[in-house]
Design a protein around this ligand. Structure first.
Ligand SMILES: CC(C)(COP(=O)(O)OP(=O)(O)OC[C@H]1O[C@@H](n2cnc3c(N)ncnc32)[C@H](O)[C@@H]1OP(=O)(O)O)[C@@H](O)C(=O)NCCC(=O)NCCS
Length: 162
């Protein structure tokens, strides 16, 4: 990061992902979730049809991905499978820009409702989703295998689109 970048607010851009982004998405996913996704799994999800994948980048450093969001869309409903922002780029509004554009793209792909699961202890993610108007519609006890061997309860959140 140069001196100029340090003093200005990050301007984010969100774009549709392509296959060449799969390796960086896999890496980012692995840094953030106990159960990683291989590059092959990400590629299969992205090319299998019925998925919407977006990437977050800063305008300054366009070759590096700072975040991604991946959803599956079917029958008018979307499932947000994964969203993450790289740890060193958080707290700069990137997740807000990413989720806003991702929800718009999901709606454009035909979804009228979006559901997701989130660890009940994941305060940053819960705050993000509440800010976007998601409501809790259920729980899944002992759903997440955590790195420390314990299991976490998932909250199921949903909101309508459009
Ligand atoms: C969830 C995630 C994408 C949010 O991105 P972010 O850049 O941290 O987003 P923000 O900085 O806008 O923070 C979101 C909210 O959490 C709050 N927050 C940030 N870090 C926090 C912490 N350690 N504890 C409590 N709240 C925190 C922020 O204040 C903000 O609250 P606000 O909306 O009321 O202002 C990011 O934290 C992430 O990638 N986490 C790891 C992957 C993950 O858990 N994904 C969600 C899976 S369902």
């Amino acid at each position: 990061m140069g001196l100029f970048d340090f003093f200005r607010t990050t301007e984010w851009r969100v774009d549709a992902a392509t296959g060449r982004h799969a390796a960086q998405i896999s890496e980012l996913h692995g840094e953030n979730f106990a159960r990683g996704w291989s590059v092959g799994e990400i590629e299969a999800l992205m090319t299998g049809g019925g998925t919407v994948t977006d990437i977050l980048r800063s305008r300054a450093g366009s070759s590096r991905i700072d975040g991604f969001a991946l959803s599956r869309v079917a029958g008018g409903e979307a499932e947000l499978l994964s969203i993450a922002v790289s740890s060193r780029r958080r707290g700069k509004g990137g997740s807000t820009k990413l989720l806003a554009q991702h929800l718009a793209r999901i709606a454009a792909a035909g979804a009228r409702r979006v559901v997701l699961e989130v660890d009940e202890d994941n305060e940053p993610a819960l705050r993000l989703y509440r800010r976007f108007g998601f409501d809790e519609v259920g729980t899944r006890p002992a759903y997440y295998a955590r790195r420390d061997g314990t299991r976490g309860t998932a909250k199921v959140l949903a909101r309508n689109l459009g």
